[in-house]
Design a protein around this ligand. Structure first.
Ligand code: ADP
Length: 543
């Protein structure tokens, strides 16, 4: 027997409709070079439709890839809805990628138009010769350093300015592609992930749930995570669906500026990688900043060190750990405390909050022994590769049969993350398979060591990498950044003695080197590849 419900397509046209009618007076704020830009969802909606008309007039057809190369701004948010609602595909380009990767991605996706923020025009000018599919560049805002080489090009406001403020959206199948984003490609070429209307819709509902990010109309959301990185974790899409106010930081990403924006604009929910919060704690403490409106910071992309959770808590800031990947839209799990944990001591709560948490409804998972392929028991100790499936998990990569076969075997996404699971199904990532330190046939978690070292009061950041070792195969090397006031005043012995009571003896790093800063990837994660090559010579000497 069939259910007797309407076959209502889950497309982005529905949240668009809600935002512009039910929530028409809610505000969208953007930090710009000329101060704060403000308008309402009603204004936004008109411009989204003007943009759709302009794109149509420029020859955009169903399924065309329309790219963006920009910061988190209201214009980017207009593109987030105009492009998919009209049946085209929004391709968000990572503005920090290396030139060759950028060229590869634009050509692989066959982008037809690129919308570029004015200050970023010089980056594309150097590459446009190698991007033959691009027929038009639309420049957003002033471009003081442009040479005029991007051709043909048009200013965004001119592009949409004379267009009608209404547009009749076409009827779309919910499985139509809405957006695409390439993984940063730590190995090999970047891989394209193509989101559908349905997957974005369901992901928005998932993260909106109370044990997700609990997004509500009364929230003011600050997406610090870039809109070019996995749809800014889905925040902007979900915000329109529920009518939350949105505050965009623009290109002003330094922790102090962001902290003041959060206070001035009464931000209730912020989302960003650990790096930004690690950088913000000293500012908050130095200036005695208070965030009376903030209810949660959602943080993921790399492990949230326990010390960061404690440091923020000390300043009355609540950070919630989340896990996901570009391939998982990206949010798959969050660590909100369970009812029975509320009674626990602060110490135990911190320990749990450093875990990646509980999968959202819609996401199924299993943890599989790396050698035997058997599912590991939920005993908080056995570990294996985390695999997930669900309606907002990719089932293959764009144009890449080979990686698709290896990463998406038997209907599960092989995440490449190694995890343990406790008796109640709470997941903790131990490491990435490629970052584990393989010592004498046993594994050492680089992430756990980093988290512990970052708990040392004189340490700002720590990154642990494997170095080759003749006897043990690999051994851990800790690369440590001292807090500025303790530069030169913390030693290898301090770190080792600090770790000694906390880990098994054979986990202790063989050496601790002090560096100025941990190199970061294009999305702000610790770049272990760079550190490994920097310490290649060290490994040889060590052998
Ligand atoms: P990239 O592979 O370029 O880092 P993604 O941004 O898709 O691309 O990153 C996904 C990966 O980031 C995950 O597979 C995982 O290794 C890591 N990650 C994301 N969130 C967390 C987290 N909360 N804790 C630990 N690692 C995380």
């Amino acid at each position: 027997m069939q259910g007797l419900m309407m076959d209502f397509p889950l497309t982005l046209q529905h949240p668009f409709q809600r935002a512009t009618t039910l929530f028409r007076r809610r505000e969208i704020v953007t930090q710009t070079d000329d101060g704060l830009h403000r308008y309402t969802y009603a204004d936004w909606g008109k411009r989204v439709m003007q943009l759709a008309n302009a794109l149509k007039q420029a020859g955009t057809e169903d399924g065309d890839r329309i790219a963006t190369f920009g910061w988190n701004t209201y214009r980017h948010f207009e593109l987030y809805y105009a492009v998919p609602c009209m049946g085209a595909v929004l391709h968000t380009l990572n503005i920090r990628l290396f030139a060759e990767q950028l060229v590869y991605i634009v050509n692989d996706a066959q982008d037809k138009i690129i919308f570029v923020d004015g200050d970023l025009v010089p980056v594309l000018e150097k590459l446009s010769d190698q991007m033959p599919t691009v027929k038009l560049y639309v420049i957003m805002g002033d471009a003081p350093n442009a040479t005029g080489k991007l051709q043909p090009s048009i200013d965004y406001e001119t592009f949409i300015g004379s267009q009608p403020t209404s547009y009749t959206w076409p009827t779309l199948d919910e499985n139509t592609a809405a957006a695409m984003c390439y993984t940063s490609g730590t190995t090999g070429n970047p891989k394209g992930v193509v989101y559908s209307h349905r997957s974005i819709y369901l992901h928005s509902m998932g993260i909106g749930m109370a044990d997700g990010m609990a997004l509500a109309e009364r929230d003011s959301l600050l997406p610090i995570v870039p809109m070019f990185h996995a749809n800014a974790w889905g925040g902007p899409h979900a915000a329109a669906m529920v009518g939350a106010r949105v505050v965009f930081p623009g290109r002003f990403m330094d922790p102090r500026k962001v902290a003041h924006l959060m206070i001035d604009e009464k931000v209730t929910v912020a989302a960003g990688v650990p790096t930004i919060w690690i950088g913000m704690v000293p500012v908050v403490e130095r200036e005695g900043l208070k965030f009376p409106h903030l209810r949660a910071i959602y943080c993921g992309g790399s492990a949230v060190p326990r010390a960061l959770i404690e440091n923020l808590e000390r300043n009355n800031m609540n950070i919630v750990h989340a896990w996901g990947m570009t391939e998982t839209s990206p949010l798959a799990s969050l660590c909100n405390l369970r009812a029975y944990q509320e009674e626990w001591s602060q110490e135990e709560k911190f320990r749990v909050r450093a875990k990646q948490g509980t999968m959202l409804p819609g996401v199924e998972f299993r943890v599989v022994n790396i050698d035997s392929g058997q599912e590991v028991p939920w005993d908080n100790t056995s570990y294996g590769e985390l695999q997930v499936r669900g309606p907002w998990i990719a089932r293959m990569y764009y144009h890449d049969e080979e990686s698709s076969r290896t990463k998406f075997a038997d209907g599960w996404l092989r995440t490449g993350d190694v995890a343990t699971v406790d008796e109640d199904g709470i997941v903790q990532l131990v490491d990435r398979t490629k970052d584990l330190v393989k010592s004498g046939g046993e594994w050492i978690s680089s992430v756990e060591l980093e988290g512990l070292i970052m708990g040392h009061p004189k340490v700002l950041e720590a990154c642990v990498i494997a170095i080759p070792d003749a006897k043990w195969s690999e051994r851990p090397l800790a690369c440590v950044v001292a807090k500025p006031e303790f530069e030169g005043k913390v030693t290898k012995e301090d770190i080792i003695e600090f770790l000694r009571p906390q880990v098994a003896k054979w986990w202790l790093p063989d050496d601790v080197v002090f560096i100025d800063a941990v190199p970061k990837t294009s999305v702000g994660k610790f770049d272990k590849k760079v550190l490994r090559s920097r310490f290649e010579a060290y490994s040889t000497a060590h052998d």
